[in-house]
Design a protein around this ligand. Structure first.
Ligand SMILES: C[S@@+](CC[C@H](N)C(=O)[O-])C[C@H]1O[C@@H](n2cnc3c(N)ncnc32)[C@H](O)[C@@H]1O
Length: 275
């Protein structure tokens, strides 16, 4: 795979190694309080359960299916909504704080701490698997992304559906300096796309920073996010054993997508496990 350095800083592999050597979780700088270790703030911004519209969006992929693996499930926002819609749900997340909150919010489902690059629940033949809201895009190393996609497909039965929500963009320069912000009761959420770091045939890796403030409380997260090209995410999914790969506009953006998306910030990309 071709790999081009874009930024002037040290490469992502070196940064990840640096993080590990200093005993830090990826994406968390020494002086930061990570958003993903503060479920209270996360839920203040995003809610503790997906609303009816978002839930219906995901259920449109899972109709007539019964078991679903929700990966990077966070505090269980989406997994809980799917369980309440009648699915048999298993979920995992890297953050033990988030998993604890998911268990508390949704006692009908099973939750465990786990990593996307080596997902738990081996041998389960799930009808569906989903990585909602950019968890997958935080795998900014190409080998990790490939390994994770392959392992998630392995968790499916033949014909099972995998949904990945990732940023998809033909031209990462459009993202440079772009922000997503919204206000919630008593607080504000902000996501900034910062400079590009590195590019390969699948994606461009962008620096990002999230901040959530509520009253005097504040949580930040900075790290790297993989912004896929349409061809890149299609190739990733097809080479992991999926067919019928299609792009969908996420429920919260009405403006894109064609197939493949022409000018799109986020897409939910779906594929079916091949026999
Ligand atoms: C934006 S949150 C989304 C949470 C949830 N899916 C939702 O929709 O509210 C991203 C989540 O990905 C998790 N995450 C990041 N990297 C991960 C990894 N390698 N394995 C598992 N979870 C990961 C974080 O801990 C965080 O809970």
């Amino acid at each position: 795979m071709a790999r081009n350095a874009i930024g002037n800083g040290k490469g992502i592999r070196a940064r990840a190694r640096d993080c590990r050597n200093r005993g830090l979780k990826p994406g968390v700088a020494a002086n930061e309080s990570s958003l993903y270790e503060q479920p209270d703030l996360y839920e203040a911004a995003f809610g503790s359960v997906a609303d009816a519209e978002e839930s219906a969006f995901y259920m449109s992929f899972f109709a007539a299916r019964s078991s679903v693996l929700v990966s990077a499930c966070g505090a269980g926002r989406v997994s809980r909504a799917l369980a309440e819609s009648g699915l048999n749900v298993s979920g995992f997340d890297l953050s033990s704080e988030m998993v604890e909150r998911a268990r508390r919010n949704d006692q009908a489902s099973r939750y465990t701490v786990g990593n996307l690059i080596d997902p738990p629940f081996p041998g389960s033949a799930f009808d569906g698997a989903i990585v909602p809201l950019l968890g997958f895009a935080e795998l900014s190393d190409e080998a990790d992304a490939r390994r994770s996609a392959f392992a998630l497909v392995e968790r499916l039965r033949t014909g099972g559906v995998l949904l990945l929500e990732v940023p998809v963009c033909h031209n990462h320069r459009k993202l440079q300096g772009l922000s997503e912000t919204f206000a919630f009761e008593g607080g504000k959420y902000q996501f900034d796309y910062q400079g590009a770091e590195e590019s390969n045939d699948l994606f461009t890796v962008m620096h990002f920073e999230i901040s959530v403030t509520k009253g005097k409380k504040e949580a930040r997260r900075s790290g790297m996010v993989a912004v896929y090209t349409p061809a890149g995410v299609r190739t990733l999914m097809e080479s992991s054993g999926l067919c019928d790969v299609r792009f969908h506009a996420p429920y919260h953006r009405g403006t894109c997508c064609t197939n493949p998306p022409s000018d799109c910030l986020r897409a939910v990309v779906a594929g079916l496990k091949k026999p």
